[in-house]
Design a protein. Structure first.
Lengths: 494, 163
């Protein structure tokens, strides 16, 4: 929106159309509702903001009291004839004030506008635009060869690649249209080409016209042409086969990896019960090791064999049993002994087991108790066999415990009876002794009382220790059947 | 882009050139749109017969919404009129230059008002608080908040500076 207040009016405007604040014809005339004074809208808004009074009569005035003026006022000021603001630049135009905006926007030749060509940022007067368009380096022109539209500034670059222009063949120096140059190079006799057998090793290269004339007749590879063809096809079939085989190997490797992982997990699950085939086969080479291949049979045989062996006389132990124990300990030791004990584990465990057997067997106090030496954990069998063997062992142990309890009961009863009898006879003997003692004491008492009766003193026990006693104290009688109460001697600490 | 104040002042100046000043008022200089000088004298029967005073107008960018700063010129050649509403430093205590200012007033309207103020004077004397005010007065009279007591009562200026 241009500033209306700076316009030049062709004729002096009627003073009734002049705003008192800016002293110019009204722009957006606005009338106060309260006192009916008219101003430019911008002027009166600014004045009321500064002081809420009508600038003319100083009556109170608020923004709400402002309203557009009567349309007739607006028409009167809009139709005032004004000069174009660019009169100083040369525009002679005068028009109604309301049409001025359109004039400035589209018609006025003295308005500064940008060049309409893409990429040109020059500013020029509208009237000069036509002149400039003919010389603007960003204008679009037509290539005189191919007819394409090209920017003037890009024309030189375009000519250097336009197919309508001639170009020089770099081999034979002929001037040829650029569009035909490609075809020419393919046939130009001066172009340097390699021998057709370059792939097989011929290093010759020279102008095309010399190839068929001189080189081919003398080329050593020419005579081997047939061989190369056969050889090439064979190599390609081999390489195809090779590729297929590689793929198969890769697939198989994948399966092997998968199997290895499975194997590892089984090993982890089985723990000490895992034996690789290699261990097993190497073990068969050692003499005196009788490991039955049937693992389930071994599971049943293991504990029972050990039990029968234990029931036999301890020495000499059958060599085959020893060997079984020995072998078992051998495999078991890594799991039950600290690593530093591994070196002598074979001998130690051997003697320990044998010694244990001997100790139990040679105990003199035992009355024919069935001994059940525990067979060492057999790791040569399968897990299932070991479990069955262990279960059998537990059953045997339970039965043994049961019979042991019964035997113990009988032995205890017998012993009790015997002790009771002995206790009875001892009681009897003690009674006899006590009676004798009683009689002896009575005699002695009679003697003492007879001698010391005048003094009134008495003894407190069988030992005649002179203790001062109350004079009324009667003569003490030894106890009849009960043991005398224990009276501590004076000064004795309990 | 000319500011609102300069556009308005340009129009006032052209009006003065075209129509001339009212009687007794002459434009001395208006070289820019910030400071103008006028000479003013009271014609006819009055206490100031034969005396000519100079007026200085200073405009800010908000003119005519805000009032111009108007004062009598006081220098070796000019004195302020001795008047109950005019201080000896040239400052004028007039409500139309302060709270009663209206944007419809113009430079010539202010001159005519001051002319009539002088013409209607009954006794040539300074405001009662002249000495106190002049001692501390700001350079720009617009920064003084005057208290207006009407025609018959002498005005008193307070030294509150108006921002």
């Amino acid at each position: 929106m241009m500033a209306m207040t700076s316009l030049n009016y062709v004729e002096p405007p009627n003073s009734n159309l002049i705003c008192c604040i800016c002293h110019a014809p009204f722009t957006n005339p606005t009338t106060t509702r309260s006192c009916m004074h008219t101003f430019c809208r911008d002027c009166v808004v600014e004045a009321v903001r500064h002081s809420p009074h009508c600038p003319i009569d100083r009556s109170p005035l608020a923004m709400e009291d402002l309203a557009p003026a009567n349309p007739i006022v607006k028409h009167l000021v809009d139709e005032l004839i004004v000069e174009c603001p660019l009169r100083t630049a040369g525009c002679p135009r005068t028009c109604q004030r309301q049409l001025l905006e359109g004039h400035m926007k589209d018609a006025c030749q003295y308005v500064t506008v940008p060049c309409s060509e893409d990429g040109c940022c020059q500013m020029l007067l509208r009237k000069d635009r036509g002149k400039h368009a003919d010389v603007c380096i960003h204008r679009t022109t037509e290539c005189d060869g191919c007819g394409a539209s090209v920017k003037y500034s890009d024309l030189t670059v375009h000519y250097s690649e336009c197919s309508s222009k001639t170009a020089t063949c770099s081999f034979c120096a002929a001037e040829i249209l650029r569009s035909k140059l490609q075809d020419h190079v393919a046939t130009c006799p001066e172009v340097v080409v390699p021998c057709p057998h370059a792939g097989n090793g011929c290093s010759w290269a020279g102008p095309r016209h010399e190839l068929s004339e001189f080189h081919i007749p003398s080329c050593a590879y020419e005579s081997l042409k047939g061989f190369f063809a056969i050889y090439g096809s064979r190599v390609s079939s081999h390489s195809a086969e090779n590729t297929a085989l590689k793929q198969r190997v890769q697939a198989l490797e994948g399966i092997v990896h998968f199997m290895q992982r499975e194997m590892q997990s089984f090993k982890t699950i089985l723990g000490p019960w895992y034996h690789s085939e290699v261990q097993r086969t190497s073990r068969t080479g050692v003499p005196h090791v009788h490991v039955p291949e049937d693992s389930s049979l071994q599971g049943f045989v293991g504990p029972s064999l050990a039990r029968t062996a234990a029931q036999r006389p301890p020495a000499p132990t059958p060599p085959d049993l020893f060997d079984i124990i020995d072998a078992d300990q051998d495999t078991a030791t890594p799991f039950f002994l600290p690593p530093e004990a591994l070196f002598d584990s074979r001998i130690h465990t051997h003697s320990r087991t044998a010694g244990g057997l001997l100790d139990i067997q040679s105990h003199p106090g035992q009355r024919s108790l069935p001994l059940t030496p525990v067979a060492p954990l057999n790791l040569n069998t399968t897990l299932e066999g070991s479990l069955v063997g262990l279960r059998d062992s537990i059953t045997g142990v339970a039965a043994s415990v049961d019979s042991l309890t019964r035997r113990n009961d009988i032995a205890l009863t017998n012993e009790n009876m015997r002790i009771n009898e002995e206790l009875g006879s001892l009681k009897y003997a003690v009674h006899g002794i006590r009676l004798q003692l009683h009689r002896l004491m009575m005699d002695r008492n009679a003697q003492v009382t007879g001698r010391l009766g005048e003094t009134g003193s008495a003894t407190t026990g069988p030992v005649p220790i002179p203790v001062p006693a109350p004079p009324a104290q009667p003569v003490l009688h030894p106890p009849i059947m009960t043991p005398p109460p224990f009276i501590p001697a004076p000064g004795t600490k309990l | 882009m000319a500011s609102v104040s300069s556009r308005r002042l340009r129009k006032e100046l052209s009006e003065i050139h075209v129509e001339g000043c009212p009687c007794g008022i002459k434009l001395i200089s208006a070289d820019d749109f910030e400071t103008w000088f006028f000479s003013i004298e009271v014609l006819g029967e009055s206490l100031y017969q034969g005396e000519v005073f100079n007026l200085m107008f200073r405009f800010d960018a908000n003119y005519p919404i805000s009032s111009p700063a108007v004062q009598f010129v006081v220098d070796k050649d000019h004195q302020a009129p001795i008047h109950p509403h005019v201080y000896s430093n040239g400052h004028i205590c007039a409500s139309i230059l302060g709270t009663e200012w209206s944007p419809v007033l113009s430079v010539t309207a202010v001159c005519v008002t001051l002319q009539s103020m002088l013409a209607s004077c009954k006794a040539k004397e300074r405001p009662v608080d002249n000495d106190r005010y002049v001692r501390t007065a700001p350079d720009n009279p617009k920064k003084t908040r005057f208290q207006y007591h009407g025609e018959t009562i002498r005005s008193h200026a307070t030294q509150e500076n108006v921002s």
